[in-house]
Design a protein around this ligand. Sequence first.
Ligand SMILES: [Zn+2]
Length: 59
Amino acid sequence: MINEAERHILLVHLPGQDGLCAGCRAWWSRLTPYPCWQVNWATTRQARSLTAALLGGRA
Ligand SMILES: [Zn+2]
């Protein structure tokens, strides 16, 4: 299950042409290498919940 916050982060924080996060630059004028910590946070949480869903479905 992907919650709204995680989906929103992944929609906004995309790799820019120069290897920096386009979302961080657009929203906060920050020059952050992609993937930024927010993308890392969202993808890590997604992987965890996906694993939990798979394990829960088989138990
Ligand atoms: Zn970002």
